[in-house]
Design a protein around this ligand. Structure first.
Ligand code: NDP
Length: 478
């Protein structure tokens, strides 16, 4: 299969005629060829988005909400295809792709359709005048997303940008192009206005960079790694573009001594290994109270060893492949580093896979103990199925350990005393904290990180505000 760009409502080959292979990381087979687009393709997409802006931005919010609902309905009909394509592009288990990726990609459109209805008109009365706050679209916006939750993260940006009246240039990761292409098929099938959503496929260093540099793209919403985020910020900041950066994480899972051990072990295993640890919110540092350390770790190892690694298309698979052979090698280099620094591998070496998956990028879920809390494996984002375990004696020590990294995205605290959990959560420098749960999301709440995990917040009103410009009109009384 050959995927094309989607520019001005048409499936369009890249101007230079170059293509890249898109491989299935679970077996090394070719999924498709995708455009290796250039600066010229981005220019052509920007021209289409500029032309479309005038009509799209003039629609009423209810008309745009109606289009979001039509997209959600179109995606709903392709739900099984979304899950299959995410499974083939990423190597994640089909059951996870159905439950998380396909569900949320659709919900993002229906959620923002509902949420946009709740935007209130703001007015501030003075003794002798009234201030009217007007909300306008930003213009043409650039959306750049990673490979771990492909359509889930892309639609999380597209839906609020659309509903606020912007037109879009989006670039998915070149490792996961297929569901962005499926979205274009849905747009085509519902006669969605041309040029409002343009998808340019290709590499970050060319297409992504061209989007960030383009003077007529007025806002950049980026989700990806911290190092790439620095490049994006460096390029966009001098142009005074609006900028939202959702970056990496190295999140702590804190197990307090009063916890129900069995449910905390299940929660910690899920937080560490969902999607092979390739979720920015994964809890890859597990901090355990001294008093319960051995009992808890035994239960955790049991949970992890019960996870089935294997063919992502099989319904009973818990852990599929990671995104690529290069990423697998990077993860293994961290495991080797941990061993050389005296880390004890509690579980994680052996698993069997079918011969058909012999060329796949599989890594067993791995738990490592006995590393210092500031060792590289404990503070750098590995973004794979690897978690380190550390012990603490007091809540204060756990908080200090949690705050030791350059990141501040998320974390979870597990305890029998909710007030104690909230008190600990309050002292952790992260944007998102859970007590006795993980990845429990209300889409109205602010989502984003502090420190090197990013700048800005997504979700609910925060997304709608990012994709709007607010103007104040002050009218003096007669
Ligand atoms: P990358 O930073 O490598 O890539 C993210 C996106 O940016 C990709 O589309 C990439 O394209 C593109 N890109 C690369 N270089 C540039 C550039 N110079 N200018 C503009 N765009 C560019 O991240 P990964 O795809 O490897 O994703 C994993 C990272 O994403 C992890 O660090 C993870 O924590 C983070 N993440 C953060 C989330 C959050 O909400 N905070 C959520 C999910 C993931 P290409 O793929 O072609 O290189």
């Amino acid at each position: 299969m050959q995927i094309e760009n989607f520019i001005d409502g048409k499936f369009t080959p890249p101007i230079d005629g170059n293509y890249l292979p898109n491989l299935n990381p679970a077996n090394g087979e070719l999924n498709s060829m995708i455009p290796d687009s250039s600066h010229d393709d981005v220019n052509s997409a920007v021209n289409a988005a500029k032309s479309a802006f005038s009509n799209w931005s003039k629609l009423t919010i209810n008309e745009r909400i109606d289009w979001l609902r039509q997209i959600a309905d179109g995606l709903e009909q392709r739900k099984a295809d979304i899950a299959r394509l995410e499974c083939e592009d990423t190597g994640k288990p089909i059951s996870l792709a159905e439950r998380v990726d396909a569900e949320r990609s659709i919900t993002n459109f229906s959620f923002f359709a509902d949420h946009a209805k709740s935007i209130a008109d703001l007015e501030f009365r003075m003794d002798d005048a009234t201030n009217y706050v007007i909300r306008k679209p930003v213009g043409v916006v650039g959306l750049i997303t990673p490979w771990n939750l492909p359509l889930y993260l892309l639609s999380w940006k597209i839906a609020p940008a659309l509903v606020m009246g912007n037109t879009i240039i989006a670039k998915p990761s070149e490792l996961t192009p297929s569901t962005a292409n499926l979205l274009c098929e849905v747009l085509d099938s519902i006669d969605f206005p041309k040029g409002v959503i343009n998808i340019v496929q290709g590499l970050g260093s060319t297409v992504g960079q061209a989007i960030v540099e383009h003077p007529e793209i007025r806002a950049i919403s980026f989700t990806g790694g911290t190092e790439t985020g620095k490049i994006v910020a460096r390029t966009a900041a001098p142009m005074f573009k609006k900028l939202s950066l959702e970056l990496g994480g190295k999140n702590a899972t804190i197990i307090l001594d009063d916890v129900d051990l069995a449910s905390a072990a299940k929660g910690a295993a899920r937080a560490a290994f969902t999607n092979s640890g390739q979720v920015c919110l994964c809890g890859s540092r597990i901090l355990v109270a001294d008093k319960i350390y051995h009992e808890f770790v035994d239960l955790l190892v049991e949970e992890v060893e019960a996870m089935k690694v294997g063919n992502p298309k099989h319904r009973d698979t818990d852990i599929g492949s990671v995104i690529s052979i290069a990423h697998k090698d990077k993860i293994h280099s961290y495991i080797d580093l941990a061993k050389s620094e005296g880390g004890e591998i509690l579980t994680g070496s052996e698993f069997t896979i079918l011969p058909s998956n012999a060329n796949g990028a599989f890594v067993a879920p791995t738990l490592i103990a006995n590393l210092n809390i500031d060792s590289r494996c404990a503070v750098e984002e590995i973004f794979g199925p690897v978690a380190t375990i550390h012990r603490f004696t007091t809540d204060e020590e756990a908080i200090r350990m949690a705050n030791i990294t350059q990141y501040g995205l998320a974390g979870s605290i597990w305890t029998g005393d909710r007030a104690r959990g909230v008190a600990v959560a309050n002292q952790i420098d992260s944007g998102i904290l859970w007590v006795n749960t993980w990845l429990h999301r209300d889409l109205r709440t602010p989502f984003g990180g502090v420190k090197n995990s990013g700048v800005g917040r997504e979700g609910g009103d925060w997304s709608l505000n990012f994709f709007s410009e607010l103007s104040n009109i002050c009218v003096k009384d007669d």
